[in-house]
Each structure stands twice: as C-alpha cells, then as structure tokens.
Design a protein around this ligand. Sequence first.
Ligand code: NDP
Ligand code: 8X3
Length: 249
Amino acid sequence: MTKTAFITGASSGIGRATAVALAKAGFQLVVTGRRAERLQDLAQQLAPTPVHVLTFDVRDRAAVETAVASLPAEFQIIDVLVNNAGNAHGLAPIQDGDPNDWDMMLDGNVKGLLNVSRALLPGMTQRKQGHIINIGSIAGQEVYANGNVYCASKAAVAALTKGMRIDLLPHHIRVAEVNPGAVETEFSEVRFKGDNERAAKVYQGYEPLRAEDVADVIQFMVTRPPHVNVAEVLLLPAAQASATLINKE
Ligand code: NDP
Ligand code: 8X3
C-alpha cells in the first residue's frame, strides 16, 4: 500500500527537496507551509504523485489542528512525519536580540514541531506505527557567537527527539533526527531578513550542502525496514568541521 509522508516547510529548501525525493520513492504526500502558491506549484510539479496541500503557520496550534482534521480520508493515515519547518531570525548578541525574533524561533522551531506532532500522534499511537524525522542542526550541538536563541531552539529539538523516542517506544513509533551543517537554501535570506548579499556570503568560498543532499539522507532513513531506526545523523559539507570551522581555501 502507498505510504503517506507529511512534510512541514515544504515550500522551500530542505522540505521541498524532501517532497521531491519521497515522491520519487513512491510516497504520496501532505505538504505544508504558509506560502500556498508555492505548495500548489510543487503539487503540480509532482503529478501524478497524489499530493495534498495544507497551508498553516506551525506556531498557530488551532490552525494546525484544524488543518490536520481537514485531511481527506485518503491522506489521513500518516506513515512518516518530517518536522522540518523552521528558520533562524537574526544573528545578534543576546543583549541586542530582538524579542520578536526569539518568539519566531522558539514558537516556530520548538513549539511548532510540538504542535504538528501532537496533532498527528493520536493516529500514529492508535495504529502503533509511524516514523518521525525531526530536522535539528549542528547548531543544536554547538553554540556559536550570536547564535544564542537559534542554537537553543535546535538544542530543544535534540532533547525533544530523544524524549519522543523514549515516550513513543511502546507505540512502535520510530523517532530520529537529522542535523545538517551549512545547506544553501533560503535559510540565510530569512535569517538576515532579505539581505541577500549577506546571505550569499555564508555560502561563498566552499561547496555547501544542497537541500537535495539532506533529502537523500531523509529518504534513506524512511525507507529502512521496520526494525531499523537511523536515529541520528550529522550531515556536513566536506569543507565543514564544526559549526564555525569552514575551510574556505
Ligand atoms: P528555508 O527557509 O529554505 O525553508 C524553511 C521552510 O520552513 C519553508 O518552507 C517555510 O515555509 C517553513 N516555515 C518556516 N517557518 C514556518 C512557520 N512558522 N510555519 C510554517 N512553516 C514555516 O530553510 P531550510 O530549508 O534550510 O530550513 C529547513 C529546516 O532545516 C529548518 O528547521 C532549519 O532550521 C533547518 N536547518 C537548516 C540548515 C541550513 O543551513 N539551511 C542547517 C541545519 C538545519 P513558509 O515560509 O512557506 O511558511
Ligand atoms: C543552520 C546551520 O550553522 O547556520 O542550522 O546554524 S547554522
């Protein structure tokens, strides 16, 4: 039977590439994000793969619940959840940080992941079957200067992944985390609030990961046999050794 993957943040970057990869792997998809037009375009591009678009902000718990409740019968059994939606907002010393940016990161990257998981978990626990991939970051493992709240949000994703794996063990639900290093997506454009020149510099002088590289790993993880859980992956560009050490020779 065709499996269904539910991917948050599929309108761009890693989420979008994951949708493409999982469609190729034979999954049908629920793709989500705030930018409806992009998601509709993606759905068209993936035809004939069945794709259902849900538009919501992961921070809005009621909207998440309403969207999940609206799923048509053929998309209600979610086999794979990829909790990918998230972003960094700003890069500033803690004393200068904008509390609105803090809210965006903590409410989106942490509580958004919880909101979506909470909406889908009753079905998974009832069926005693499911596979959740949380997108963390190397920033959840190492704190770098001015990364403060973004790093904290991704450290929270790491802790939640472990907590979910423990709590969902009796329900036969696999929980795993992918922690990428530098991936060239819209991430830095969002972090630097549309300063595209500054964003481009993040990826200059070396070859960063492409969103497709991360999607490859996610595809591998979700196509393992049921007794295998690739629980944690740190995926770096070959030119990167730590959160801040990138060889730009
Ligand atoms: P992009 O900015 O390209 O994509 C982010 C995606 O998340 C978009 O589809 C966006 O959709 C969605 N999103 C963001 N905030 C919300 C929200 N509040 N509600 C709903 N959807 C939201 O960045 P990436 O693809 O790089 O980021 C994907 C994930 O990977 C993030 O969790 C990020 O932290 C993580 N990551 C990225 C790395 C990188 O170097 N790029 C490295 C390590 C981890 P829309 O705007 O349409 O709502
Ligand atoms: C994104 C990677 O190092 O810019 O999570 O925080 S980093």
